[in-house]
Ligand binder design. Structure first.
Ligand code: AMP
Length: 618
């Protein structure tokens, strides 16, 4: 199953392992890979055919730690030691989750601060990162067992609304589980990829991803162009899902068979039994018209029409979220090209119908809604493994990316930690009159001088038509596509001349190298700021000397002898100061030269205007 790849940066042969895609869910998690024979994404299933691993961890006294189905059995029996929904706690402080702490049946430590939450199980304390790592470890072990090969690399998905600390926490959990997390991918992006949306580079589309799971609802509006997925808006309800459908059925039956509140609170098993039967009925009604079952010695029944009446209020709520997401994105339903359905609760026919009716489109629901996110993650993993494209690439930009500007300064276009894909552009101009080409050198690093950073590429934009210095508008654009390939484009906007190169760095820098580069930027920060200020002053001086001497060449005869000698003296003074590297004295000399030249430059300008106006009828 191992693959051989050629690293095009070094020419060396690399052994490639399988990279898995992981959907680390609030309720369930699962792993998918690209099948080596069919080349299609498939979720990994145990011999019992089950792909879903409940995201539940049980800390037993004698039995030790269990994860998944085994742990789920303890949810009712030992709620204080059985951790579920840990995803809701990722990257959160206690203050963040204070209002929802009653939702958790285990102890979320209240230390009244903004520090990250911890969970107590038995006499130990665990961070959400540690807890998630236990789930990921279980997934890794399962995958290794099924694939019969070591699994050390993964792509993990997160909700589009996850902030940087939540993404970082997810990455850390992967690391702790012994996984090299090559990319954190947004769940809606993965779901779209599973449907093949966004795989074609020429495709421009706006899509809505409707994700209704057991306990959460998310709607994301994405714009896809050139293989880049941009999140235009997200909306949702973190406490709305299939569990609410189950509760509504339970309530309905309690009324139907006449169970009292006290009977229920006294008999915990009864409420659990009702809940499980309600879920069974709900699932049954996704394909049948009516359900009948028994609770204790009583018969319960539910028709699809009754069920739909019970859940309409919840589905209505999701539609309101869809409306809000559209208006936040500044769009109307007509602008949505595709709707992708995710999450087990989108199997309910009424949900499908209401979503299709709202968007006035056919929905994408041919794939298993529990599997789509993991399948998309596997596609992303395959791209990163180099099986679709040339070998390579990074995930988020670990270091800043920029170009060299005058004086060897680093001008950052894309700051470190920018998400991939990403784009940025800035305009530059020429230094010399008639300059026909411009050298563009691309660097990676945090230092102010390019010589201290790492050079990635260099190319030249030629064919710029002759123009006075400062007139050409050269736009430099950086674009890191979904595969992490940096494309640098230089375009002279007045003439349309352009040049593009692709920068293919090696398979990322090692963590050590990145750390070293960051550390160097901190230890040299003060020195770098001083050098930057000096180089900027020297650059300004060089440009001023250049333009002044051009001006003198053309206009010598219009200047008085006094003006000429004063200007030449000031120019000499500035030229002599340049190598002495004192920023303040260079700045003073620049000011002086400007003071001297300003009056005659203005005078000449006025004369030129007067001449141009003469004889013209207004
Ligand atoms: P998820 O969080 O995406 O795994 O979704 C789980 C939710 O989907 C639970 O509330 C399940 O009861 C619900 N679910 C799974 N299968 C079906 C089905 N066939 N019909 C309706 N709901 C379902």
């Amino acid at each position: 199953m191992a693959k051989i790849g050629i690293n095009i940066a070094t020419g060396s042969i690399q052994q490639q392992e399988m990279i898995v895609g992981i959907d680390l869910g609030t309720t369930n998690s699962l792993v998918a890979v690209i099948h080596p024979d069919s080349k299609k994404p498939v979720v990994l299933k145990e011999f019992d055919g089950n792909a879903l691993v409940p995201s539940v961890i049980h800390f037993g006294e004698a039995a030790g730690i269990s994860v998944g189905d085994d742990a789920k059995k303890y949810l009712i029996k030992e709620p204080q030691n059985t951790i579920f929904s840990v995803k809701r706690l990722m990257g959160k402080s206690y203050n963040d989750v204070r209002n929802t702490s009653s939702f958790f049946t285990y102890k979320v430590i209240d230390d009244n601060t903004d520090s990250l939450v911890k969970v107590q199980a038995g006499d130990k304390f665990y961070s959400p990162v540690e807890l998630s790592s236990l789930i990921l470890k279980e997934l890794k072990t399962r995958a290794e067992h099924i694939l019969k090969t070591p699994v050390n690399k993964a792509v993990i998905t997160v909700p589009a609304y996850f902030n940087d600390s939540q993404r970082q926490a997810t990455r850390d959990a992967g690391k702790l589980a012994g996984l090299d997390v090559l990319r954190i991918v947004n769940e809606p992006t993965a779901a779209s990829l599973a449907y093949g949306i966004g795989l074609n580079k020429d495709e421009i589309k706006t899509i809505a991803v409707y994700d209704l799971g057991g306990g959460t609802f998310d709607i994301s509006v994405l714009r896809i162009a050139g293989g880049i997925f941009e999140v235009l808006s997200t909306n949702g309800d973190t406490y709305l899902g299939g569990d609410d459908f189950d509760s509504a059925i339970v309530k309905h039956w309690i009324f139907q068979i006449g169970i009292s509140e006290s009977e229920l609170s006294e008999n915990k098993n009864l409420s659990q039994e009702l809940r499980l039967l309600a879920e069974e009925a709900k699932i049954y009604l996704s394909s049948k018209d009516s359900f009948a079952g028994n609770v204790i010695d009583k018969k319960v029944h539910l028709s699809r029409i009754e069920f739909e009446q019970l859940i309409k209020q919840f589905v209505d709520k999701t539609i309101v979220c869809c409306k809000n997401a559209l208006s936040d994105a500044g769009l109307t339903v007509g602008s949505i090209d595709e709707i992708v359905m995710v999450g087990g609760s989108t199997r309910v026919p009424m949900v499908k119908k209401m979503v299709g009716d709202f968007f006035q489109r056919k929905i994408n629901d041919s794939l298993d809604p529990d599997e789509v996110v993991a399948l998309g993650a596997a596609i992303q993993a395959d791209i990163l493994a180099g099986n679709n494209k040339d070998l390579l690439l990074l995930d988020i930009t670990p270091l800043s990316l920029g170009i060299e500007t005058m004086g060897g300064l680093m001008d950052v276009l894309m700051a470190r930690n920018s998400k991939i894909p990403s784009k940025a552009s800035r305009q530059y101009t020429t230094q010399k009159d008639g300059q026909g080409s411009m050298r563009i050198a691309v660097y990676q690093g945090e230092r102010d001088l390019v010589k201290d950073n790492r050079k990635l590429a260099e190319f030249s934009l030629s064919g710029i038509p002759g123009m006075p210095a400062g007139l050409p508008k050269v736009e430099i654009s950086f674009l890191i596509n979904a595969d992490g390939i940096l494309q640098v484009k230089a375009k002279e906007l007045r003439s349309g001349v352009e040049q593009t190169i692709e920068v293919k760095p090696q398979y990322g820098l090692t963590d050590d190298e990145v750390e070293k580069m960051l550390f160097a930027s901190i230890t040299h920060a003060k020195e770098d700021i001083q050098i930057r200020a000096l180089v900027e002053a020297q650059t300004e001086a060089t440009i001023l000397l250049d333009t002044t001497s051009q001006f003198l060449k053309k206009n010598r005869s219009f200047l008085t002898a006094d003006e000429l000698s004063k200007t030449e003296n000031a120019m000499n003074e500035l030229t002599n100061l340049l190598p002495l590297a004192n920023k303040d004295s260079i700045q003073t000399a620049i000011e002086k030269l400007n003071e001297i030249s300003r009056p005659y430059a203005e005078r000449l300008m006025d004369e030129a205007v007067n001449k141009a106006m003469k004889g013209k009828v207004i």
